[in-house]
Design a protein around this ligand. Sequence first.
Ligand code: ATP
Ligand code: MG
Length: 354
Amino acid sequence: MKPVCVLGNGQLGRMLRQAGEPLGIAVYPVGLDAEPESVPFHHAVITAEIERWPETALTRELAEHAAFVNRDIFPRLADRLTQKQLLDSLQLPTAPWQLLASAQEWPGVFSRLGELAIVKRRVGGYDGRGQWRLRHDTAATLPQECYGECIVEQGIAFSGEVSMVGARSTDGHCVFYPLTHNLHEEGILRASVALPQPDARMQQQAETMLAAIMNALGYVGVMAMECFIVGDRLLINELAPRVHNSGHWTQNGASISQFELHLRAILDLPLPKPVIDAPSVMINLIGTDVNSAWLALPLVHLHWYDKEVRPGRKVGHLNLTHSDRTQLQHTLQSLVPLLPEAYHSGLQWAQATL
Ligand code: ATP
Ligand code: MG
Protein backbone atom coordinates (compact mmCIF):
# COMPACT_ATOMS: atom_id res chain seq x y z
CA MET A 1 0.00 0.00 0.00
CA LYS A 2 1.19 3.51 -0.74
CA PRO A 3 1.99 5.63 2.31
CA VAL A 4 -0.10 8.70 3.05
CA CYS A 5 1.20 12.08 4.21
CA VAL A 6 -1.28 14.28 6.05
CA LEU A 7 -0.77 18.02 6.10
CA GLY A 8 -1.39 18.92 9.74
CA ASN A 9 -0.69 16.87 12.84
CA GLY A 10 -3.69 17.43 15.07
CA GLN A 11 -6.21 14.85 16.22
CA LEU A 12 -7.67 14.24 12.77
CA GLY A 13 -4.24 13.26 11.43
CA ARG A 14 -3.73 11.07 14.47
CA MET A 15 -7.03 9.26 13.87
CA LEU A 16 -6.23 8.82 10.18
CA ARG A 17 -2.96 7.20 11.26
CA GLN A 18 -4.81 4.92 13.67
CA ALA A 19 -7.24 3.89 10.91
CA GLY A 20 -4.40 3.09 8.52
CA GLU A 21 -2.59 0.83 10.97
CA PRO A 22 -4.66 -2.40 10.65
CA LEU A 23 -4.72 -2.08 6.86
CA GLY A 24 -0.96 -1.78 6.65
CA ILE A 25 -1.24 1.80 5.42
CA ALA A 26 1.53 3.98 6.84
CA VAL A 27 0.07 7.42 7.55
CA TYR A 28 2.40 10.31 8.41
CA PRO A 29 0.74 13.38 9.88
CA VAL A 30 3.16 16.25 9.45
CA GLY A 31 3.35 19.60 11.20
CA LEU A 32 3.49 22.60 8.90
CA ASP A 33 6.96 23.61 9.97
CA ALA A 34 8.51 20.16 9.40
CA GLU A 35 11.62 20.07 7.23
CA PRO A 36 10.56 18.93 3.74
CA GLU A 37 13.49 16.46 3.73
CA SER A 38 12.06 14.68 6.80
CA VAL A 39 8.71 14.02 5.13
CA PRO A 40 8.47 10.92 2.90
CA PHE A 41 6.09 12.55 0.42
CA HIS A 42 7.86 11.64 -2.81
CA HIS A 43 6.12 8.29 -3.19
CA ALA A 44 3.14 9.05 -1.00
CA VAL A 45 -0.39 10.20 -1.56
CA ILE A 46 -0.88 13.57 0.14
CA THR A 47 -3.97 14.71 2.00
CA ALA A 48 -4.75 17.33 4.65
CA GLU A 49 -6.58 17.49 7.95
CA ILE A 50 -6.82 21.28 7.81
CA GLU A 51 -8.29 23.55 5.19
CA ARG A 52 -5.66 26.24 4.91
CA TRP A 53 -2.09 26.65 5.87
CA PRO A 54 0.54 29.34 5.99
CA GLU A 55 3.36 29.29 3.47
CA THR A 56 6.25 27.31 4.84
CA ALA A 57 9.08 25.38 3.20
CA LEU A 58 6.96 22.24 3.51
CA THR A 59 3.63 23.62 2.31
CA ARG A 60 5.31 25.27 -0.69
CA GLU A 61 6.70 21.89 -1.64
CA LEU A 62 3.44 20.00 -1.09
CA ALA A 63 1.23 22.61 -2.74
CA GLU A 64 3.01 21.87 -5.99
CA HIS A 65 2.80 18.13 -5.69
CA ALA A 66 0.65 16.25 -8.19
CA ALA A 67 -0.13 13.53 -5.60
CA PHE A 68 -1.83 16.09 -3.32
CA VAL A 69 -5.44 14.90 -3.58
CA ASN A 70 -7.98 17.77 -3.91
CA ARG A 71 -5.12 20.25 -3.88
CA ASP A 72 -6.96 22.98 -5.75
CA ILE A 73 -10.25 22.45 -3.91
CA PHE A 74 -8.95 23.42 -0.46
CA PRO A 75 -8.51 27.14 -1.13
CA ARG A 76 -11.95 27.31 -2.76
CA LEU A 77 -13.70 25.84 0.27
CA ALA A 78 -11.48 27.43 2.92
CA ASP A 79 -12.80 30.89 1.98
CA ARG A 80 -16.44 31.22 3.00
CA LEU A 81 -16.99 33.67 0.14
CA THR A 82 -15.95 31.28 -2.62
CA GLN A 83 -17.59 28.36 -0.78
CA LYS A 84 -20.95 30.19 -0.73
CA GLN A 85 -20.50 31.22 -4.36
CA LEU A 86 -20.01 27.55 -5.25
CA LEU A 87 -23.21 26.58 -3.40
CA ASP A 88 -25.10 29.41 -5.12
CA SER A 89 -23.82 28.33 -8.53
CA LEU A 90 -25.10 24.80 -7.85
CA GLN A 91 -28.43 26.31 -6.71
CA LEU A 92 -28.14 24.62 -3.36
CA PRO A 93 -29.96 26.23 -0.42
CA THR A 94 -27.97 28.17 2.21
CA ALA A 95 -28.81 30.91 4.70
CA PRO A 96 -29.23 34.16 2.70
CA TRP A 97 -25.83 35.88 2.79
CA GLN A 98 -23.66 38.61 1.34
CA LEU A 99 -20.13 39.94 1.53
CA LEU A 100 -19.80 42.59 4.25
CA ALA A 101 -17.66 45.19 2.54
CA SER A 102 -18.23 48.25 4.71
CA ALA A 103 -20.19 49.60 7.70
CA GLN A 104 -22.43 51.55 5.31
CA GLU A 105 -24.02 48.25 4.32
CA TRP A 106 -25.65 47.60 7.69
CA PRO A 107 -29.08 49.16 7.01
CA GLY A 108 -29.35 47.14 3.79
CA VAL A 109 -28.12 43.99 5.54
CA PHE A 110 -30.78 44.16 8.24
CA SER A 111 -33.55 44.97 5.80
CA ARG A 112 -32.52 42.11 3.52
CA LEU A 113 -31.49 39.46 6.06
CA GLY A 114 -33.70 40.24 9.07
CA GLU A 115 -32.94 41.29 12.62
CA LEU A 116 -30.23 38.76 13.54
CA ALA A 117 -27.06 38.87 11.46
CA ILE A 118 -24.29 36.30 11.79
CA VAL A 119 -20.95 37.70 10.69
CA LYS A 120 -18.26 35.15 9.89
CA ARG A 121 -14.65 35.58 8.98
CA ARG A 122 -14.05 34.46 5.41
CA VAL A 123 -11.04 32.41 6.46
CA GLY A 124 -9.59 30.93 9.59
CA GLY A 125 -12.64 30.69 11.92
CA TYR A 126 -13.41 27.43 13.68
CA ASP A 127 -15.41 26.17 16.65
CA GLY A 128 -17.43 29.40 16.57
CA ARG A 129 -14.32 31.62 16.68
CA GLY A 130 -14.26 34.45 14.16
CA GLN A 131 -18.04 34.82 14.40
CA TRP A 132 -20.34 37.59 15.67
CA ARG A 133 -24.10 37.53 16.27
CA LEU A 134 -25.25 41.09 15.74
CA ARG A 135 -28.46 43.12 15.82
CA HIS A 136 -29.16 46.76 14.92
CA ASP A 137 -27.96 48.05 18.27
CA THR A 138 -24.73 45.99 18.37
CA ALA A 139 -23.60 46.15 14.73
CA ALA A 140 -21.22 49.03 15.52
CA THR A 141 -19.23 46.75 17.87
CA LEU A 142 -17.86 44.76 14.93
CA PRO A 143 -14.09 45.37 14.71
CA GLN A 144 -13.19 47.64 11.81
CA GLU A 145 -10.81 45.11 10.25
CA CYS A 146 -13.73 42.73 9.62
CA TYR A 147 -15.08 44.75 6.71
CA GLY A 148 -14.10 43.07 3.45
CA GLU A 149 -12.81 40.07 5.39
CA CYS A 150 -16.21 38.72 6.46
CA ILE A 151 -19.48 37.53 5.07
CA VAL A 152 -22.78 38.11 6.81
CA GLU A 153 -25.62 35.59 6.95
CA GLN A 154 -29.19 35.58 8.10
CA GLY A 155 -29.54 34.16 11.64
CA ILE A 156 -31.54 30.99 11.04
CA ALA A 157 -34.17 29.83 13.55
CA PHE A 158 -33.48 26.16 12.92
CA SER A 159 -35.18 23.25 14.67
CA GLY A 160 -31.93 21.27 14.69
CA GLU A 161 -28.56 20.73 13.06
CA VAL A 162 -27.42 17.70 11.10
CA SER A 163 -24.40 16.81 9.06
CA MET A 164 -23.87 14.51 6.14
CA VAL A 165 -20.52 12.77 5.88
CA GLY A 166 -19.82 11.07 2.59
CA ALA A 167 -16.98 10.01 0.35
CA ARG A 168 -16.33 9.99 -3.38
CA SER A 169 -13.94 7.69 -5.20
CA THR A 170 -11.75 8.66 -8.15
CA ASP A 171 -14.29 7.09 -10.52
CA GLY A 172 -17.10 9.23 -9.14
CA HIS A 173 -18.85 6.67 -6.95
CA CYS A 174 -20.28 8.21 -3.73
CA VAL A 175 -21.18 6.60 -0.38
CA PHE A 176 -22.77 8.20 2.67
CA TYR A 177 -23.34 7.66 6.36
CA PRO A 178 -26.75 8.23 7.89
CA LEU A 179 -27.36 11.87 8.86
CA THR A 180 -25.77 12.81 12.16
CA HIS A 181 -27.70 15.04 14.58
CA ASN A 182 -25.45 17.64 16.17
CA LEU A 183 -25.70 19.85 19.20
CA HIS A 184 -23.55 23.00 19.06
CA GLU A 185 -23.24 25.32 22.03
CA GLU A 186 -21.53 28.67 21.59
CA GLY A 187 -20.45 27.57 18.12
CA ILE A 188 -18.68 24.40 19.26
CA LEU A 189 -19.87 20.84 18.69
CA ARG A 190 -20.74 19.26 22.04
CA ALA A 191 -22.48 16.02 21.05
CA SER A 192 -23.64 13.98 18.07
CA VAL A 193 -26.24 11.24 17.65
CA ALA A 194 -26.54 8.98 14.59
CA LEU A 195 -29.39 6.58 13.99
CA PRO A 196 -29.27 3.61 11.63
CA GLN A 197 -32.68 4.56 10.17
CA PRO A 198 -32.54 8.29 9.49
CA ASP A 199 -35.50 10.28 8.16
CA ALA A 200 -35.60 8.96 4.59
CA ARG A 201 -36.52 12.25 2.89
CA MET A 202 -33.90 14.29 4.71
CA GLN A 203 -31.29 11.63 4.08
CA GLN A 204 -32.09 11.66 0.36
CA GLN A 205 -32.01 15.45 0.24
CA ALA A 206 -28.62 15.59 1.95
CA GLU A 207 -27.10 12.80 -0.15
CA THR A 208 -28.23 14.48 -3.36
CA MET A 209 -26.77 17.83 -2.28
CA LEU A 210 -23.42 16.47 -1.13
CA ALA A 211 -23.09 14.26 -4.23
CA ALA A 212 -23.75 17.32 -6.41
CA ILE A 213 -21.01 19.25 -4.60
CA MET A 214 -18.43 16.46 -4.70
CA ASN A 215 -19.17 15.71 -8.36
CA ALA A 216 -19.01 19.37 -9.38
CA LEU A 217 -15.59 19.66 -7.72
CA GLY A 218 -14.28 16.27 -8.86
CA TYR A 219 -13.54 15.73 -5.18
CA VAL A 220 -11.95 12.51 -3.88
CA GLY A 221 -12.18 11.41 -0.24
CA VAL A 222 -14.41 12.24 2.72
CA MET A 223 -16.32 15.51 2.81
CA ALA A 224 -18.70 16.77 5.49
CA MET A 225 -21.68 19.04 4.95
CA GLU A 226 -23.23 20.78 7.98
CA CYS A 227 -26.91 21.71 7.66
CA PHE A 228 -29.69 23.50 9.50
CA ILE A 229 -33.11 21.84 9.62
CA VAL A 230 -35.84 24.35 8.77
CA GLY A 231 -39.28 22.75 8.49
CA ASP A 232 -38.68 19.70 6.32
CA ARG A 233 -35.84 21.35 4.38
CA LEU A 234 -32.13 21.41 4.86
CA LEU A 235 -30.08 24.58 4.45
CA ILE A 236 -26.37 24.06 3.99
CA ASN A 237 -24.35 25.81 6.69
CA GLU A 238 -20.84 24.89 5.64
CA LEU A 239 -18.63 22.30 3.98
CA ALA A 240 -15.45 20.69 5.27
CA PRO A 241 -13.18 19.00 2.69
CA ARG A 242 -11.94 16.45 5.21
CA VAL A 243 -12.90 14.03 7.94
CA HIS A 244 -15.09 15.82 10.44
CA ASN A 245 -15.80 15.95 14.16
CA SER A 246 -19.44 15.00 13.60
CA GLY A 247 -18.28 11.76 11.96
CA HIS A 248 -16.22 10.56 14.92
CA TRP A 249 -18.95 8.13 16.01
CA THR A 250 -18.16 6.04 12.91
CA GLN A 251 -14.97 4.82 14.63
CA ASN A 252 -17.11 2.54 16.78
CA GLY A 253 -20.54 2.68 15.12
CA ALA A 254 -19.90 1.82 11.47
CA SER A 255 -18.33 -1.10 9.62
CA ILE A 256 -15.92 1.40 8.04
CA SER A 257 -14.97 4.56 9.93
CA GLN A 258 -14.78 7.95 8.20
CA PHE A 259 -10.99 7.83 8.65
CA GLU A 260 -10.66 4.46 6.90
CA LEU A 261 -13.16 5.58 4.26
CA HIS A 262 -11.02 8.62 3.48
CA LEU A 263 -7.85 6.50 3.19
CA ARG A 264 -9.65 4.02 0.94
CA ALA A 265 -10.94 6.77 -1.34
CA ILE A 266 -7.62 8.59 -1.76
CA LEU A 267 -5.72 5.32 -2.28
CA ASP A 268 -8.24 4.10 -4.85
CA LEU A 269 -9.21 1.05 -2.76
CA PRO A 270 -12.74 -0.44 -2.75
CA LEU A 271 -15.33 1.93 -1.32
CA PRO A 272 -18.45 -0.04 -0.31
CA LYS A 273 -21.23 1.69 1.61
CA PRO A 274 -20.44 1.44 5.35
CA VAL A 275 -22.95 -0.68 7.28
CA ILE A 276 -24.52 0.86 10.38
CA ASP A 277 -26.82 -1.29 12.45
CA ALA A 278 -27.01 0.45 15.82
CA PRO A 279 -27.48 3.98 17.15
CA SER A 280 -24.35 5.87 18.24
CA VAL A 281 -23.55 8.84 20.43
CA MET A 282 -20.39 10.98 20.48
CA ILE A 283 -19.63 13.33 23.36
CA ASN A 284 -16.84 15.84 22.69
CA LEU A 285 -14.39 16.35 25.55
CA ILE A 286 -13.66 20.07 25.65
CA GLY A 287 -11.09 21.47 28.09
CA THR A 288 -11.65 18.57 30.50
CA ASP A 289 -9.00 16.37 32.08
CA VAL A 290 -9.09 12.66 31.36
CA ASN A 291 -10.99 10.64 33.96
CA SER A 292 -10.42 6.89 34.19
CA ALA A 293 -13.81 6.49 35.89
CA TRP A 294 -15.39 6.84 32.40
CA LEU A 295 -13.83 3.50 31.57
CA ALA A 296 -15.86 1.73 34.25
CA LEU A 297 -18.82 2.07 31.87
CA PRO A 298 -18.56 -0.83 29.43
CA LEU A 299 -20.15 0.99 26.47
CA VAL A 300 -17.75 3.93 26.61
CA HIS A 301 -14.99 4.09 24.00
CA LEU A 302 -12.54 6.78 25.03
CA HIS A 303 -10.57 8.54 22.28
CA TRP A 304 -8.01 10.78 23.96
CA TYR A 305 -5.89 13.05 21.78
CA ASP A 306 -2.96 13.46 24.15
CA LYS A 307 -3.06 17.25 23.87
CA GLU A 308 -2.51 19.74 26.63
CA VAL A 309 -5.86 20.47 28.29
CA ARG A 310 -6.88 24.13 27.88
CA PRO A 311 -10.29 25.77 28.25
CA GLY A 312 -12.36 25.47 25.08
CA ARG A 313 -9.94 23.02 23.46
CA LYS A 314 -11.10 19.70 22.00
CA VAL A 315 -9.00 17.10 23.82
CA GLY A 316 -10.88 13.87 23.17
CA HIS A 317 -14.28 12.30 22.68
CA LEU A 318 -16.38 9.46 23.99
CA ASN A 319 -18.16 7.12 21.57
CA LEU A 320 -21.06 4.88 22.57
CA THR A 321 -22.76 2.37 20.29
CA HIS A 322 -25.41 -0.19 21.12
CA SER A 323 -28.43 -1.68 19.38
CA ASP A 324 -30.58 -1.05 22.47
CA ARG A 325 -31.24 2.68 22.91
CA THR A 326 -32.15 2.32 26.56
CA GLN A 327 -28.68 0.95 27.29
CA LEU A 328 -27.18 4.01 25.63
CA GLN A 329 -29.49 6.27 27.61
CA HIS A 330 -28.46 4.57 30.87
CA THR A 331 -24.80 5.02 30.06
CA LEU A 332 -25.37 8.72 29.26
CA GLN A 333 -27.14 9.08 32.60
CA SER A 334 -24.21 7.37 34.36
CA LEU A 335 -21.86 9.90 32.75
CA VAL A 336 -23.69 12.86 34.34
CA PRO A 337 -21.83 12.71 37.69
CA LEU A 338 -18.56 11.94 35.89
CA LEU A 339 -18.49 15.08 33.73
CA PRO A 340 -18.60 18.80 34.60
CA GLU A 341 -21.89 20.65 34.50
CA ALA A 342 -21.20 22.10 31.04
CA TYR A 343 -21.82 18.60 29.65
CA HIS A 344 -25.20 18.03 31.24
CA SER A 345 -27.31 19.73 28.59
CA GLY A 346 -25.48 17.71 25.90
CA LEU A 347 -25.99 14.42 27.73
CA GLN A 348 -29.66 15.24 28.12
CA TRP A 349 -30.01 16.26 24.48
CA ALA A 350 -28.39 12.99 23.35
CA GLN A 351 -30.75 10.92 25.50
CA ALA A 352 -33.73 12.76 24.04
CA THR A 353 -32.46 12.49 20.44
CA LEU A 354 -31.92 8.72 20.59
P1 ATP B 1 -16.85 24.44 12.89
O1 ATP B 1 -16.13 24.21 14.15
O2 ATP B 1 -17.96 23.51 12.64
O3 ATP B 1 -15.95 24.60 11.71
P2 ATP B 1 -17.32 27.19 12.60
O4 ATP B 1 -16.74 28.03 13.67
O5 ATP B 1 -16.61 27.09 11.34
O6 ATP B 1 -17.63 25.80 13.15
P3 ATP B 1 -20.10 27.45 11.70
O7 ATP B 1 -20.27 26.01 11.51
O8 ATP B 1 -20.37 28.33 10.56
O9 ATP B 1 -18.69 27.87 12.27
O10 ATP B 1 -21.01 27.92 12.92
C1 ATP B 1 -20.93 27.29 14.18
C2 ATP B 1 -22.32 27.17 14.74
O11 ATP B 1 -22.92 28.47 14.92
C3 ATP B 1 -23.30 26.43 13.86
O12 ATP B 1 -23.17 25.04 14.00
C4 ATP B 1 -24.62 26.96 14.39
O13 ATP B 1 -24.97 26.36 15.62
C5 ATP B 1 -24.30 28.43 14.64
N1 ATP B 1 -24.59 29.20 13.40
C6 ATP B 1 -23.74 29.41 12.37
N2 ATP B 1 -24.32 30.10 11.38
C7 ATP B 1 -25.58 30.33 11.76
C8 ATP B 1 -26.71 30.99 11.16
N3 ATP B 1 -26.63 31.57 9.96
N4 ATP B 1 -27.86 31.02 11.87
C9 ATP B 1 -27.95 30.44 13.09
N5 ATP B 1 -26.93 29.81 13.70
C10 ATP B 1 -25.76 29.75 13.06
MG1 MG C 1 -19.39 24.34 11.59
